[in-house]
Design a protein around this ligand. Structure first.
Ligand SMILES: [Ca+2]
Ligand SMILES: [Ca+2]
Length: 304
C-alpha cells in the first residue's frame, strides 16, 4: 500500500513535469516570477542604444513602463522617465576644455533606479501645486524660475502629500549628472562640440534673452529634455568644492547653516561652457533668480 501510493505520487510528479515541458509554466507562475531585481550596470561610458536597452530592461525588471505620468489636478500632468541604476565617472577629465577645479573625476555608483522629471518643472505645474507663479518670463509651459531651494521644499511637501504617494525629492547632485550624461563621458550629452549643443540646449547664444517652453530641444538618450541650459537646476545635495561623498546624498547630508546648495546645467543666460555636464555652482538656499529652476525625482522600487 505504502509503496504503491508512493509509485502513484512519483508517476503524477513525472506527468506534471511532462506537461510543463510540453506547455511551459502556467501564466500565474510566470507572473509570480516578476518583478525581478533591477541590475546595477558597471560598463561606462555607453552609447545611446545601450542607454535605451538598459532603461527598457530595468523597466521590465520593475514591471513598469519606462515613462509615467502623475496627475497634478486642473488637467496638469508631470511626466517622469526611468533612469537605470549603474556606475559612472562623475566630474571632468583633466584635459576637458573649460573645466573648473571643483570637477574632480571619481567613480560613483547609483545603486537604485529612479524616476526623473522628463522636463524642468513648468509654471503651470508649479501653479497647480502652489497656487502662485513667481516667474519673471511668463509662460504656462516655460520652466518656473525665481524659486529658491527653500521654496522648492514647500512645493515637494505639498506635491508629495497630495498626489505622488511618497518618495519625491530634488535629485542628488550625483543623480543629476548621471541622468544628464546618459552614458556619455563628453563635455555635453551631445558630444564635445559647442556647435552640436544648440540642438539640445537654450543658452546665451540662442535663447534671445529668455527662458523657453520645455521640451522643444532634443532629449538625451534617456528621454530627458533641457538638462543643459534653459534654467539652472537645484539639487538636494550641499555643495563642497572637493567632492567628499555628500554629492551622493540629499537632505541628510546638510551639516551647517550657510552651506551652499548645488545648481547644475547652466541657463538661457550662460555661455555654453557653463552648460557642460560636469559644471557645478553653489548658491545659498534662500537665493532666487530668474536663472534658477528645478526638476523632480522619485524613488523607483519594485513595489511600484
Ligand atoms: Ca536645465
Ligand atoms: Ca564650478
Amino acid at each position: 500500500m505504502q509503496r504503491s501510493s508512493q509509485g502513484i505520487q512519483v508517476a503524477a510528479w513525472v506527468a506534471g513535469w511532462a506537461v510543463l515541458a510540453l506547455f511551459g509554466l502556467p501564466a500565474c507562475v510566470r507572473e509570480a516570477a516578476e518583478p525581478r531585481r533591477p541590475q546595477v550596470y558597471t560598463a561606462w561610458p555607453f552609447d545611446a542604444t545601450e542607454a535605451r536597452r538598459r532603461q527598457e530592461e530595468t523597466a521590465r525588471a520593475l514591471g513598469v513602463k519606462a515613462e509615467q505620468n502623475i496627475d497634478l489636478g486642473h488637467g496638469v500632468k508631470m511626466t517622469f522617465v526611468l533612469v537605470p541604476a549603474g556606475e559612472f565617472m562623475m566630474g571632468s577629465p583633466q584635459g576637458e576644455q573649460d573645466r573648473d577645479n571643483d570637477e574632480g573625476l571619481h567613480r560613483v555608483t547609483i545603486g537604485q533606479p529612479f524616476w526623473m522629471g522628463k522636463h524642468e518643472v513648468t509654471q503651470e505645474q508649479w501653479e497647480a501645486v502652489m497656487g502662485n507663479n513667481p516667474s519673471r518670463f511668463k509662460g504656462a509651459k516655460n520652466p518656473v524660475e525665481g524659486v529658491s531651494w527653500n521654496e522648492i521644499q514647500g512645493f515637494l511637501e505639498k506635491f508629495d502629500g497630495g498626489r505622488a504617494g511618497g518618495g519625491l525629492a530634488l535629485p542628488t547632485e550625483a543623480q543629476w549628472e548621471y541622468a544628464c550624461r546618459a552614458g556619455t563621458g563628453t563635455r555635453f550629452c551631445s558630444g564635445d562640440d559647442i556647435a552640436g549643443l544648440g540642438a539640445y540646449a537654450w543658452h546665451r547664444d540662442n535663447s534671445q534673452g529668455t527662458t523657453h517652453a520645455v521640451g522643444q530641444k532634443r532629449a538625451n538618450a534617456w528621454g530627458l529634455h533641457d538638462m543643459h541650459g534653459n534654467v539652472w537646476e537645484w539639487c538636494s545635495s550641499p555643495y563642497s568644492e572637493k567632492y567628499d561623498g555628500r554629492e551622493q546624498k540629499g537632505a541628510e547630508a546638510w551639516e551647517a547653516q550657510g552651506d551652499l546648495a548645488v545648481l547644475r546645467g547652466g541657463s538661457w543666460d550662460n555661455n555654453p561652457r557653463y552648460c557642460r555636464s560636469a559644471t557645478r555652482n553653489g548658491t545659498l538656499r534662500e537665493f532666487w533668480y530668474a536663472l534658477f529652476g528645478f526638476r523632480v525625482c522619485r524613488s523607483a522600487r519594485t513595489s511600484e
